[in-house]
Each structure stands twice: as structure tokens, then as C-alpha cells.
Write a protein that binds this ligand. Structure first.
Ligand SMILES: Cc1ncc(COP(=O)(O)O)c(C=O)c1O
Length: 460
């Protein structure tokens, strides 16, 4: 198709995700045609730094021929077979490998095609597990404010973003929300000013809110707690020291499953294969997807402990759940090749070696009047924008609309940086580049943000 026909067809036929389509009636959809390393290219050949690894996905970078070849080879050998009573070596080997990477007794892998399905799977599994062990009332779930866990109706119930849910209510009942670990706004969230000065005490308080919710709902009705190691929505909230250890104790005390939603954080985003390793806790289930193949083919998984899987392996019991494309042979083969590449190139170690430099480079932006906070871990950062640094006052709806939607996203893109300005919580710029980048790209990100955010400030 010619450029003009592509633009017209995009508006006429391609319904984009989480996108205001009206914005593309008169202006073309940005169209990316190629990627190489940490850079992507539009159809005019203009290059952009991929500051978001596509969508927290392309860990190994773009244009990796060996991943394309793994897909090509597998499609020739066995393009498709399901995991319904039959298996194929690619899914078996990948499950074995994920079990090796996972901590504790997390040894059983249930494949899906993406992250939301993995979350959906984990909730269904938790519900059925408690029925099988004679605690049939345990079915509710607890998750955190502003957290995103996917769009299937169960996963959307677990999601804590009111705007993402409101049109689809009533959703699956039984999902309750507790505060997240946004330390920048700890005093505001907790109503206790002293917690804004004491990270560990804030972490204890935040974990205790989970226990309070379990008790308020009745421990004999609560099945699971879903948390991301570092919460993405709202702008990268790392866990305070001790938070996950306390959460683990609380879950154990009340026989509630701890689900670590690592759809973003696994596969090197924080410098470890699974992110619970970074913060030293062992969940009952890990949900993961995105980076498993670096995006060269879709796949997701729920990695489940032997303890939780045990009753499903008894007698006539089984888990009546699955997906045609779950654990697709091509995706599984690509995942194996991707994980080989991780090992060979030491991608996790590269992130661990460079995360301090990434943080230090981004923190330079704190001298700008619009930058309230820089937070994150590994290669995963959020930069919170404020209109008054002293009071931490955020933007009203109108200002957010003008600043984020009307100016920032496009200005960053025009300046050669693909990333996201997000206002699902307080307004943030999200950064999660491919794991192959180093100081040169950190500097490029910092300089582009500096010039665009300086301009944004003058427009307020
Ligand atoms: C933490 C988390 N859980 C679940 C999902 C849903 O994953 P998917 O879009 O693959 O369904 C996402 C997507 O960004 C996510 O970040």
C-alpha cells in the first residue's frame, strides 16, 4: 500500500488498543516499520530510541536474527499443536527451564498466550485449589490501587484503575483493593505524615493494609493477593525493604496465596529472571509473559508451586481451563532461543551492572521544576511530573489533558524518543528500554527528556 492508503486504511479498519481513534481522523497513525537493537524506524526512515522496549517486551532488542530463525525452524518442524492432553518438546523444555529459574517449589508451568490470561489463570487456579482442599469459601482476591493486571474480566476485576473498568461493571465479584507502595505520596496515602519520612515503616503499614483487608473480608473467604514486584501503573513503585517478607508472613498466617504478577518485571527487567529473586521472596504463583520471547512471538505462563498443584494431580481431579494457543510451539521455541541469548550475553548481569548508572542519569532531571520524583528499579523507571515540587501538587484534568495528551507524548516522539506519558495515576513518563542499552542511551534519554520537559513547563 502507498503511504496515503496505509493512513486511510489505518483509520478505516485498524481499531487500536486503548486509543482515542478520533485523534487519527485527520492525522496519520505513527507507523513503525523496522527495528534494530534499541532503535525503531518509521516509514520515512526516521529513527527513535525505543525507551519502552515496545511495551516492556523487547528485552534482547530488535532485529535478532537468531530469534527469527528459531521461529522459522519450529514452524517448519511443527507449527502447531495444543497442550490439551498432548504435548510437544518445545513446551516441555520451556516448562522445565522456567521451573529451574523459579524459586522454591514453583515447578509447574501452565502456559497462556499473554499476561492477562496468566492472571486470569492464577485466580481460577486459586479458587479451584481451595475447593479441592476443602476450603470452598476462599475465592476473593486482594490487589493494589492503580495496579494494572490485564483486560479479561477476572484480571480486570483485579486491576485497580477505575477508568479502565467503569464501562465493564459489574465485573467478576470478590476483588478488593488496598494501598500501593507509592512512597512519594506515603503521607497522603496513609494519612500519617511520619510515614512519608520512613520508608520501612511505610512498607510495614502498606503490608498491614493487606492483612486488615483479609480480616475485614474474613480470611476464610480470601484466596489470593496479587502484587507486582515493582508496580507499573502510577509510575514504578518499588517495594519498601521488608514489604514482601511481611506480605509472605501475612499470606501464610491466613492461608492466602501470594501471586507475584511479573508480566513486566520478569526476564531481566530488574536484572533477574524472576523479579521475586531480586526482592528475596517466594510467591505461590508467578504470572509472566512479555519478555519471555523478547516479543518475537507471544506467550505467557502461570508458574505454580508443587504445593498448590498437588491436589490437581490426584485421581480424577483436573483444571478445566486452557487456551488453543497456550504454549504455542513456535513461541516456546523462540522463548528457549531468547533465554539462551540471555545466558550467553549475560543480559541480567548487564542490567545489574548498569542500573545504578541509569538511575543516576535519570536523577539529574530532578533539577527541573516539573520533575517531582524519579523512581524504579533495574531498567524500569517512572518520572512523576508535578506542577509544584514543594507541595507535590499534581495537574488537574484539564492540565493533564493539555500536557500529557496534547503535548508530551507527541513531543517526545518527535524528538526521537518512544516512551509513554501515562496518567492512569499521577502523571508519569514511563521508561523501560531494551536490556542491551548502556550509558550512551541513558544520556540520550536524559537529554531528550530534559529538553521536552523544559518546553512542557513553559506551556503550563
Ligand atoms: C502487571 C501486568 N499484568 C498483566 C498484564 C496484561 O498482559 P497482556 O497485555 O499480555 O494481557 C500487564 C500488561 O501490561 C501487566 O503489566
Amino acid at each position: 500500500m502507498s503511504t496515503d492508503s496505509l493512513d486511510q486504511a489505518a483509520y478505516d479498519h485498524l481499531w487500536m488498543h486503548f486509543t482515542r481513534m478520533s485523534g487519527y481522523r485527520d492525522s496519520p497513525v505513527p507507523t513503525i516499520v523496522r527495528g534494530e537493537g534499541a532503535r525503531i524506524y518509521d516509514r520515512d526512515g526516521k529513527s527513535y530510541l525505543d525507551g519502552l522496549a515496545g511495551l516492556f517486551v523487547v528485552q534482547a532488542g530488535h532485529g535478532r536474527v537468531e530469534l527469527a530463525e528459531a521461529a522459522y525452524k519450529q514452524a517448519q518442524e511443527l507449527a502447531f499443536f495444543p497442550l490439551w492432553s498432548y504435548a510437544h518438546p518445545q513446551a516441555i523444555e520451556l516448562a522445565d527451564r522456567l521451573a529451574d529459574y523459579a524459586p522454591g517449589d514453583l515447578n509447574k508451568v501452565f502456559f497462556t498466550t499473554g499476561g492477562g490470561e496468566a492472571v486470569e489463570t492464577a485466580w481460577k487456579l486459586a479458587k479451584q485449589y481451595f475447593k479441592l482442599v476443602g476450603k470452598p469459601m476462599k475465592h476473593k482476591v486482594i490487589s493494589r490501587a492503580i495496579a494494572y493486571h490485564g483486560t479479561p474480566q477476572g484480571a480486570l476485576s483485579i486491576t485497580g484503575i477505575p477508568d479502565a473498568k467503569k464501562y465493564f461493571e459489574p465485573l467478576v465479584p470478590g476483588a478488593f483493593k488496598v494501598p500501593n507502595t507509592n512512597f512519594y505520596r506515603a503521607a497522603e496515602i496513609s494519612g500519617v505524615p511520619a510515614l512519608g519520612e520512613d520508608l520501612e515503616a511505610f512498607g510495614r503499614w502498606a503490608a498491614d493494609q493487606v492483612e486488615a483487608m483479609i480480616l475485614a473480608e474474613g480470611a476464610d473467604t480470601v484466596a489470593a493477593v496479587f502484587v507486582e514486584p515493582v508496580q507499573n501503573s502510577g509510575g514504578c513503585f518499588p517495594p519498601p525493604p521488608g514489604y514482601f517478607q511481611r506480605l509472605r508472613e501475612i499470606c501464610d498466617r491466613h492461608d492466602v496465596l501470594l501471586v507475584s504478577d511479573e508480566v513486566i518485571c520478569a526476564f531481566g527487567r530488574l536484572g533477574t529472571m524472576f523479579a521475586c529473586e531480586k526482592f528475596d521472596y517466594v510467591p505461590d504463583i508467578i504470572t509472566c509473559a512479555k519478555g519471555m520471547t523478547s516479543g518475537y512471538s507471544p506467550i505467557g505462563a502461570a508458574v505454580v508451586s508443587d504445593r498448590i498443584a498437588a491436589p490437581f494431580y490426584e485421581g480424577t481431579n483436573y483444571f478445566p481451563h486452557g487456551y488453543t494457543f497456550g504454549g504455542h510451539p513456535v513461541s516456546a521455541a523462540v522463548a528457549m532461543a531468547n533465554l539462551d541469548l540471555f545466558e550467553r550475553e549475560g543480559l541480567n548481569q548487564h542490567v545489574l551492572d548498569n542500573e545504578g548508572a541509569f538511575r543516576a542519569t535519570l536523577e539529574k532531571l530532578k533539577d527541573l521544576p516539573i520533575v517531582g520524583d524519579v523512581r524504579g528499579d533495574g531498567y524500569f523507571y517512572g518520572i512523576e511530573l508535578v506542577k509544584d515540587k514543594d507541595t507535590k501538587a499534581t495537574f488537574d484534568d484539564d492540565e493533564s489533558e493539555r500536557l500529557l495528551r496534547g503535548f508530551l507524548s507527541k513531543a517526545l516522539y518527535d524528538a526521537g524518543l518512544y516512551c509513554r506519558a501515562d496518567d492512569r495515576g499521577d502523571p508519569v513518563v514511563q521508561l523501560a528500554p531494551p536490556l542491551i542499552v548502556g550509558q550512551a542511551e541513558f544520556d540520550e534519554i536524559e537529554q531528550t527528556l530534559r529538553s521536552v520537559l523544559t518546553e512542557a513547563w513553559t506551556r503550563l
